[in-house]
Design a protein around this ligand. Structure first.
Ligand code: NAD
Length: 373
């Protein structure tokens, strides 16, 4: 069996706590002979600034490039609020995304039956929900030039950001969406603002042409972003894969993920371009939540988002859908058995710590999970 090299960069706050639970899952698969994974570890974020004087050292970046994939915890915390702009923990994350060209951000929004009560929507609206939001992550208005604040005289200032997309940027994110849809329910909804934005018109033209040329067996629909924001609350189950630009994806993926309850449950994947020589693509898997300084060091964080992020790595970096499904089913089993960290606690369930939750998922994988309550 091929050796898999995984780089862990746990980062700050609850990052190390939740990542420790992912290691238990890897240890289990290694012991079972299902995986042959090596784990190396390094720093990113505030702890890297404290250790190396920069939130992402060149040596760490080199390890990220060499690894089959990176498992990231979270970055940030109040102790780094006043450091120079380039030393901020978030600067390490942005540099990692840029250097590895992680242009495709995948965020699933999946409803777990056991947590339907945690959604702000009625259970019937979200029961069975399974959406994948594909957000373009390295282009658009967050990177377009010019971007500046300028003095225009008479006490007036002007702030400028530039929304810009090229055909190839649109096509490569569209490929990712169509390929994901092919393994799901074969529906892609492309979200833009083509009625008022030139970049949106180009977006719609390019994805339509690509669909016609290569992905005719998948259904493609288009939706304006304002309507999509509304439809996600009205009837979210109409969607399978949603593909959209950086700005709209930022907003819609947060909206969609909150349909399903706690931040502590939501995984993500960020993928780069496939290397034609090796067939591999750079990839970083991380929970959507931040470093949660309010609960850091207290063994209270929910590690399930990180464990589900590892399941995404099994699926998208290692093509081990079997192990991904086993991991996801173990998480469902633990919820069904009544184990809850404080963020998802409900009446009649048993409150557990971060490490007890990781132990419960491991026990489920080993077929020895006991009912919690
Ligand atoms: P946050 O996601 O860290 O926390 C928001 C709330 O959710 C907090 O009450 C926290 O306790 C809770 N929470 C988050 N994850 C949880 C988990 N796994 N289990 C239980 N509860 C959980 O967001 P924030 O408070 O806005 O930001 C804190 C720090 O994290 C900031 O420095 C911010 O810049 C950083 N941040 C980092 C990332 C990242 O690393 N990708 C993302 C968002 C925020």
């Amino acid at each position: 069996m091929n050796t898999v090299n995984i780089l862990f960069v746990p980062g700050d706050g609850i990052g190390p706590e939740v990542m420790a639970e992912v290691k238990k899952i890897i240890t289990h698969f290694n012991a079972q002979g299902a995986l042959n994974a090596n784990i190396d570890e390094d720093h990113i974020g505030g702890i890297a600034t404290d250790t190396y004087g920069t939130p992402l050292a060149d040596s760490t970046l080199a390890k990220c490039r060499a690894a089959d994939f990176v498992m990231l915890g979270a970055v940030g915390g109040p102790q780094w609020t006043n450091v120079d702009y380039h030393l901020r923990p978030e600067a390490g994350l942005l540099r990692l995304r840029k250097e590895l060209d992680l242009f495709a951000n995948l965020r699933p929004a999946q409803a777990f039956d056991e947590l339907l009560g945690a959604s702000t929507l009625q259970p019937d609206v979200v029961r069975g929900l399974d959406i994948m939001i594909v957000r373009e992550l390295t282009g658009g208005i967050y990177f377009g030039e010019p971007r500046l604040i300028e003095d225009i005289g008479n006490g007036e200032r002007r702030g400028i950001d530039t929304q810009v997309y090229t055909s190839s940027e649109i096509k490569r994110i569209s490929h990712v969406a169509f390929e994901l849809a092919a393994q799901r329910r074969k529906k892609v909804c492309s979200v833009d603002k083509a009625n008022v934005m030139k970049s949106g018109m180009l977006w719609r033209e390019e994805i339509t042409a690509l669909h016609k040329a290569q992905y005719g067996t998948t259904e493609l629909s288009h939706m304006y972003v304002d309507n999509c924001a509304m439809q996600l609350l009205r009837n979210p189950k109409q969607f399978d894969v949603i593909v959209t630009d950086n700005l709209f994806g930022d907003i819609l993926s947060d909206e969609a993920s909150m349909l399903t309850g706690s931040l502590g449950m939501i995984p993500s994947a960020s993928l780069g371009p496939v290397n034609p020589k090796t067939g591999k693509r750079p990839a970083v898997y991380e929970p959507v939540h931040g470093s949660a300084p309010d609960i850091a060091g207290k063994n209270k964080a929910n590690p399930l988002a990180s464990i589900l992020s590892f399941a995404m790595a099994l699926r998208y970096s290692l093509s081990r859908d079997d192990l991904a499904l086993e991991t996801e089913n173990a998480v469902k089993a633990v919820l069904a058995a009544g184990y809850r960290t404080p963020d998802i606690m409900a009446a009649g369930c048993r409150l557990v710590t971060t490490s007890q939750m990781g132990d419960a998922v491991t026990a489920a994988l080993q077929g020895r999970l006991e009912k919690a309550a």
